[in-house]
Design a protein around this ligand. Structure first.
Ligand SMILES: Cc1cc2nc3c(=O)[nH]c(=O)nc-3n(C[C@H](O)[C@H](O)[C@H](O)COP(=O)(O)OP(=O)(O)OC[C@H]3O[C@@H](n4cnc5c(N)ncnc54)[C@H](O)[C@@H]3O)c2cc1C
Length: 331
């Protein structure tokens, strides 16, 4: 059946398709084996068509990605179709303080372009290296802020390949969660309307510069990583502190497993020192989660998602816990 879908996509949108592309070539962690078919649609019509074809063949897993900056692919690969929404779907229209952009726009570029118009409100996302669609899915942001706070409406592609528009007041969302993360929500973010405030170009640029410079000082930049691995839990934050602090306190900063390492610069980052496997990362996730739990009684959940080879996406701690039950831990 997978062969049938791959052939149909290759016939219908041949220029958008690549077979057996290693996930390590497009994911930020540079981890992951071959993806049966990698599709990068050239426009929204090709995207809708690809989504419709994939949904029509429900026995073949498919996953929509942006830059893979929050994803851990398995080293054995992905036996299905990955659809990337990137530069080909990155148009931007500005009308006063209202901005409509396609899901593939690169987030740092979006903030930079808005700053040219003196538009303010989402400077906090300027250092997040993903695409707008992925950011909406994750309800990402920084400095305790989230992108959905500035979102007016979202155009989604449903499983039949049709476009539907939803307004923010009709959506339920919370810190780093959006309705699109629900297992039964199979809609894809295609276009987003944002609401900003008028400010001055130089003030917006100054704020972006300050944010970027503070991030450069705090976060590892040279080695592949996926940003913060664990979510910050407000209850834990008040008593213990953020995940990076808790991991450092239990002595795991710098811990190596295979070719992966809990970053010696920031303990909530896991870096790939070159050739790390998904298991190396999962081991470190399970270890940090267990040690912090034993020391603080708080169980940290992952922001990063793990992609199963046969389909399915889970917060990476769920896979880490199932792979490394306590009797498998090394001291
Ligand atoms: C160095 C670094 C720093 C980071 N800093 C931050 C930070 O400060 N704050 C923060 O929130 N995150 C941060 N991240 C994590 C990550 O960049 C964000 O979660 C980002 O929004 C993910 O975007 P992406 O395009 O890479 O999505 P991907 O990683 O490709 O996908 C993430 C999820 O979104 C889904 N998805 C992607 N596109 C769509 C779409 N169009 N429609 C529906 N679902 C979609 C995917 O299926 C997947 O489940 C950081 C990552 C790195 C590497």
């Amino acid at each position: 059946m997978l062969k049938g879908l791959v052939e149909r996509l290759l016939e219908t949108i041949p220029l958008a398709c690549r077979q057996n592309l290693p996930a390590s070539e497009f994911s930020y962690w540079k981890i992951g084996g071959p993806v049966k078919l990698f599709v990068e649609p050239n426009d929204i019509h090709e995207l809708a068509l690809a989504i419709k074809l994939c949904n029509a063949q429900s026995d073949v897993p498919f996953l929509v990605v942006g830059d893979g900056s929050n994803l851990l692919f398995d080293s054995s690969g992905f036996d299905g179709v990955v659809i990337k929404i990137g530069n080909n779907l990155s148009s931007l229209k500005i009308d006063g303080t209202s901005v409509v952009c396609e899901a593939g726009i690169w987030v740092p570029e979006l903030t930079y372009r808005l700053s040219s118009y003196g538009l303010s409100g989402i400077e906090h996302i300027c250092g997040i290296p993903g695409r707008l669609g992925g950011l909406i899915y994750m309800n990402g942001g920084s400095n305790r802020r989230s992108i959905l706070e500035n979102t007016v409406s979202i155009e989604l592609i449903n499983k039949r390949g049709e476009i539907e528009k939803v307004f923010i007041e009709d959506l339920e969302f919370a810190y780093r969660t959006s309705p699109f993360q629900e297992a039964n929500d199979d809609r894809i973010v295609a276009r987003v309307e944002l609401k900003l405030k008028k400010s001055e170009r130089k003030l917006v640029r100054k704020q972006i510069k300050t944010i970027l410079s503070s991030r450069r000082k705090k976060f590892p930049r040279k080695l592949p990583n996926c940003g913060s691995v664990f979510l910050s839990d407000p209850a834990m934050y008040d008593i213990i502190g953020p995940p990076g602090f808790a991991i450092e306190k239990v002595g795991l900063k710098g811990r190596v497993r295979g070719n992966a390492q809990i970053s010696p610069i920031h303990a909530n980052f896991i870096v790939n020192n070159g050739g790390a496997s998904s298991d190396d990362v999962l081991y470190l996730i399970a270890l940090a989660r267990r040690e912090v739990y034993q020391s603080t009684n708080f169980l940290m959940d992952c922001e990063v998602r793990y992609v199963y080879p046969n389909g399915g996406l889970v917060q990476a701690h769920l896979k880490a816990d199932s792979s490394y039950s306590s009797d498998k831990y090394c001291s």
